[in-house]
Design a protein around this ligand. Structure first.
Ligand SMILES: NC(=O)C1=CN([C@@H]2O[C@H](COP(=O)(O)OP(=O)(O)OC[C@H]3O[C@@H](n4cnc5c(N)ncnc54)[C@H](O)[C@@H]3O)[C@@H](O)[C@H]2O)C=CC1
Ligand SMILES: Nc1nc(=O)c2c([nH]1)NC[C@@H]1CN(c3ccc(C(=O)N[C@@H](CCC(=O)O)C(=O)O)cc3)C=[N+]21
Length: 306
């Protein structure tokens, strides 16, 4: 008998973005004018330009104004300060990499917290790692989460990896997730967020493997990190219900032979980290997430205005 096609469901970012956009449209109705998002492009990275162009398109199609300011990187600091002080500007995003070193982190912190839609201001990142979910003591103002990690979470919610039978904050209890990338903008915050929600997370970078977890019975209030000396993907992948990969460059491929049968695979790299054969083994495959990230950006802008 001929073999049937593999039963992998490929979920595209577009369908997930659509359900989030409805929420954004509802939020827009509650404010009296068209919000203005300003993007600063001083990066030579082609991915940054493409991302900026998509952001503009998504804004225009959904009732936001977007202004792209292309400035020389030496003038960027003052340009950000001007936007901070301009009451007409509701949100600011600065595209990276610019200098590709610690100066980028310095510039990131120049953006006023109230206009930071990317959620990378120190205050937001601190709250995230500490598992503090609100900015005020009355739990009225939500602390923003970094866009790309939050986009991944929205995808996991959409895919029902988050179990809504469990209380909010513990909905990943029992899930094991591998995150391949530990950058300060995506991989490390993502591992922390998933672990704060109850998952056992293996965070893999080019050097080593770390485990992020709230401990047996989720007794801890926030995640702890332990080194896994000698561990590699060979140890993590066979244990993982979900594999999230974001390795830059077109050389890298996740070793599919190590994947658990029926794993959920998500790629956030600009390049495909999973070869097409992933569909032979995965139950769900999400090949790219950029469109969701942009909608989360708009959602963050609205949340910060509340
Ligand atoms: N879809 C989206 O919304 C977004 C996508 N990206 C994309 O994600 C990718 C990563 O971006 P960043 O985190 O900013 O990059 P980065 O260069 O700062 O970090 C790369 C990470 O991957 C790890 N890595 C590299 N080679 C590896 C290997 N062979 N095995 C295991 N780990 C390895 C590094 O150790 C590091 O932790 C890029 O392609 C970028 O364009 C970035 C931001 C948002
Ligand atoms: N401040 C800042 N924040 C960023 O988030 C940021 C940045 N700077 N600089 C540039 C990188 C790059 N980046 C991507 C966005 C979407 C896709 C992506 O996955 N896009 C398509 C995939 C395209 C394809 O089909 O190959 C999609 O989701 O449909 C990739 C990469 C965000 N970045």
């Amino acid at each position: 008998m001929a073999e049937e096609k593999p039963h992998c469901k490929v979920v595209l970012a577009n369908s997930i973005a659509k359900s989030l956009l409805e929420e954004v449209h509802d939020g827009l109705k509650k404010i009296d004018r068209k919000p203005l998002l300003v993007g600063f492009l001083s990066s030579a990275d082609p991915a940054a330009r493409v991302y900026a162009e998509w952001t503009g398109k998504t804004c225009n199609e959904n009732g936001f104004a977007f202004e792209l300011r292309e400035v020389d990187r030496e003038l960027l600091e003052d340009a950000i300060i001007d936007a901070n002080n301009d009451a007409k500007v509701d949100g600011i995003i600065v595209y990276y990499p610019i200098f590709g070193n610690r100066q980028d982190q310095y510039l990131q912190q120049i953006v006023d917290v109230s206009k930071d839609v990317e959620g990378l201001s120190h205050r937001y990142i601190f709250n995230m790692y500490q598992n503090i979910r609100f900015l005020d003591e009355h739990n009225q103002k939500k602390s923003l989460l970094p866009c790309t990690p939050l986009a991944v979470i929205k995808i996991l919610e959409y895919l029902r990896i988050y179990n809504t039978i469990l209380p909010y904050g513990n909905r990943l209890h029992g899930r094991t997730v591998t995150v391949i990338n530990r950058s300060e903008v995506v991989g490390r915050p993502l591992a922390a967020l998933l672990a704060n929600d109850g998952a056992c997370v293996y965070s893999v970078d080019i050097e080593d493997v770390q485990q992020f977890h709230r401990g047996e019975g989720l007794r801890k209030r926030r995640h702890e990190v332990v080194e896994k000396p000698g561990w590699t993907l060979e140890n993590c992948l066979p244990l993982s219900d979900v594999v999230i990969s974001g390795v830059p460059g077109d050389k890298y491929k996740v070793p599919l032979n190590l994947l658990r049968e029926g794993a959920v695979c998500i790629n956030f790299s600009s390049e495909r980290n999973f070869s097409p054969e992933v569909k032979e083994k995965a139950s769900i495959y999400v090949p790219a997430i950029g469109k969701v990230t942009i909608v989360v950006l708009l959602r963050n802008l609205l949340v910060s205005k509340r």
